[in-house]
Write a protein that binds this ligand. Sequence first.
Ligand SMILES: C[S@@+](CC[C@H](N)C(=O)[O-])C[C@H]1O[C@@H](n2cnc3c(N)ncnc32)[C@H](O)[C@@H]1O
Ligand SMILES: [Zn+2]
Length: 271
Amino acid sequence: MFVCPVCAGALVRGEREYRCPAGHSYDIAREGYVHLLPANRKHSKSPGDDREMVAARSRFLDGGWYEPLRKALCALALEALPRGGAALDAGCGEGYYTEGVVRAFQGAGRPLEAAGVDLSKFALKRAARRVREAAFAVASVYRLPVAAETADLVIDCFSPLAAEEYRRVLRPGGTFLYVVPGGDHLMEMKRVLYDEVYENPEERTLYEGFSYVDVTPVRSRFTLPDSKSIMDLFGMTPYAWKTPKAGVERLRAAASLTVTASFAIHAFRRL
Ligand SMILES: C[S@@+](CC[C@H](N)C(=O)[O-])C[C@H]1O[C@@H](n2cnc3c(N)ncnc32)[C@H](O)[C@@H]1O
Ligand SMILES: [Zn+2]
């Protein structure tokens, strides 16, 4: 699914590298991902989530706490591609959801060409090891190394939204699934962190070039049994960057925490 970031020619995957018809080549890392972010687009040495954040998120996701979301997302992906097709996970992180989708299509006996991009090589190292069947590239969602109108499905789960790019790479009639936090997502954790808490806005936003299909809410409640799992979850939220110290200390002191996980999966059709 990937194209050359220099000349936009189709990349062909070899044993050790991807190569375009013009002869540009990109090494495949030991773990199996490829670096397709042009050097002049890198704003820091290691952009995207850092090693610690990625490790915390992996531990948390592997705990299975967000499995209801993964199941719902897989069901919608299967519904969107009754005969299989090409799916792109934009901002795929460690590939937890990418893997779910790949396995769901395997289970249904439908062909799926799956790819994931993320800015973080630390995330992709894990993703590429986790799902050997999918192709992974270090790239920005704002400049996807993917040809126009080649994807049947784009998934964006908690990652920066690049609606224009998603529209470009989707074929007409293709589906875009956008996962965002629901109104009361992690409300109990917010109450520990802040004196005043607000619900996330729940809105249906229309993006140019798409029709709005539906929203699927996903809710669950679970009890994190120890400080480690609580702090892992905290580390993957945006609160990790902006919470005053006292709030973080209150959370760190909690021995267990029951939280509501609430998500909205917005589905769009590319016009
Ligand atoms: C909250 S995480 C979600 C990861 C994954 N989708 C999940 O739900 O487990 C956001 C991800 O977006 C990545 N990211 C941030 N800015 C990006 C960009 N411009 N292009 C691609 N990925 C980006 C980060 O590295 C991180 O892995
Ligand atoms: Zn090229």
